[in-house]
Design a protein around this ligand. Structure first.
Ligand SMILES: Nc1nc2c(ncn2[C@@H]2O[C@H](COP(=O)(O)OP(=O)(O)O)[C@@H](O)[C@H]2O)c(=O)[nH]1
Ligand SMILES: [Mg+2]
Length: 367
């Protein structure tokens, strides 16, 4: 898939769908609230977009078939599985058939894109047989699974020993490695990554920093470029990741600056259905033109461009460009960036830039 093909495909996707598995009290809901950066309870929508769940009524959510979202980021769709208790194989079967059914769906928005499997860290309750079985079983669809270890703080407290106070974190890390990670790592279809959380329930804590790790590892576990782009642009916790992928995933954009701007914007959600990409493109062109004149007076490109950028940022031209471009983009049949400008719109775009050029700097302004 070429870079631009991936961008076009991504534009057809609207939702990223995640299955969260974990026993009751594993901290699943807490985690999802942190991921969506909200204190609100989730909602379940029916086909008409009506909420089917009373606030604080969580009963419906444990039905794996019921999708739910948080208002703060409805592009993430979640399914919740209650996890596997000893002796209850039905739940494992339900999960496997859910995964299989979703893998056969034609509409990519209906497919399952990732699984977060939550394990509460409890020294005396390590992996259950059924949990191990999940990782040894043939699973349909090649959906990446991230193992999420929760309540590390609890584990540290369990292992707390007054005489070895300093060591309890190290001891806890050892338990995570030996009792959880290693058995999973030795399974047939092992997790794509491991993430460990602590004190996610503490609203004063560094939960947003911790969530960045889960986001980064989930993104890395997705092989499909368009899906990776969808996930990175839907999440709002880790903007470094948007920048990183825009740089590292770039392979075959060629030399078109229009494509480069379009590509870069595709990793950021706020650009998808709006005009800032084209505004940025216009700003770059205006500043390139202006910096040309500084450059001509023997100033290097970078200081020349910086000077032009500063001038533009404080100019009335900037406001006019934003206004005119958004009118131009709104006038298009669809708001998708995927739509190229028509020849007529290119004429308008060109004129917007010509009418908002910065003044040529005089030699004495510079020296
Ligand atoms: N100590 C500790 N408690 C947590 C953490 N995350 C969640 N909890 C608490 O664990 C309980 C169960 O959390 P919840 O998210 O409802 O679990 P769920 O049943 O898997 O959805 C709640 O009382 C949370 O406040 C954590 O990281 N550390
Ligand atoms: Mg819950």
């Amino acid at each position: 898939m070429s870079d631009l093909e991936a961008v076009k495909l991504r534009e057809k996707y609207t939702h990223f769908r995640i299955l969260v598995i974990g026993r009751a009290n594993a901290g699943k809901t807490t985690l999802l609230k942190r991921v969506c950066n909200t204190d609100d309870d989730p909602c379940i929508y029916n086909e008409n977009g009506e909420n089917q769940l009373e606030p604080s009524d969580e009963r419906g959510i444990h039905d794996i078939e019921k999708q739910f979202v948080f208002k703060s980021n409805p592009q993430f769709i979640f399914h919740d599985s209650p996890g596997f208790e000893a002796g209850n194989e039905q739940e494992l079967k339900d999960v496997l058939s859910f995964v299989e059914k979703r893998s056969k769906m034609n509409n990519p928005n209906e497919q399952l894109h990732a699984i977060w499997f939550c394990f509460v860290l409890n020294a005396s309750r390590p992996l259950l047989e059924l949990e191990q079985k999940f990782f040894n079983e043939q699973r349909a669809g090649n959906v990446p699974v991230i193992a999420v270890f929760t309540k590390f703080d609890d584990l540290v407290a369990q292992l707390y020993d007054r005489d070895r106070e300093e060591e309890s974190r190290t001891d806890a890390s050892k338990v995570v490695k030996e009792k959880f990670e290693m058995p999973l790592e030795n399974s047939r279809d092992r997790p794509k990554a491991y993430v460990c959380f602590e004190a996610l329930d503490d609203s004063e804590g560094d939960h947003q920093e911790q969530v960045k790790g889960l986001i980064e590892k989930t993104a890395a576990s997705l092989d499909d470029l368009a899906l990776k782009m969808l996930f990175v642009s839907v999440q709002r916790n880790n903007l470094e990741l948007c920048i990183k992928y825009a740089i590292y995933e770039q392979n075959d954009l060629g030399h078109s600056s229009e494509n480069v701007v379009y590509w870069a914007a595709s990793w950021f959600r706020h650009c998808m259905y709006n005009s800032p990409t084209w505004t940025a493109f216009a700003a770059i062109l205006i500043c390139l033109e202006s910096s040309f004149w500084y450059f001509d007076q023997n100033i290097g490109f970078q200081p020349a461009f910086e000077q032009a950028w500063k001038t533009f940022a404080h100019s009335d031209a900037k406001k006019r460009v934003e206004q005119d471009i958004s009118t131009l983009i709104m006038a298009r049949a669809t708001t998708s960036l995927n739509q190229k400008l028509t020849e007529q719109q290119k004429v308008t775009f060109f004129n917007i830039i010509l009418q908002n050029r910065l003044e040529h700097p005089d030699a004495q302004d510079i020296f």
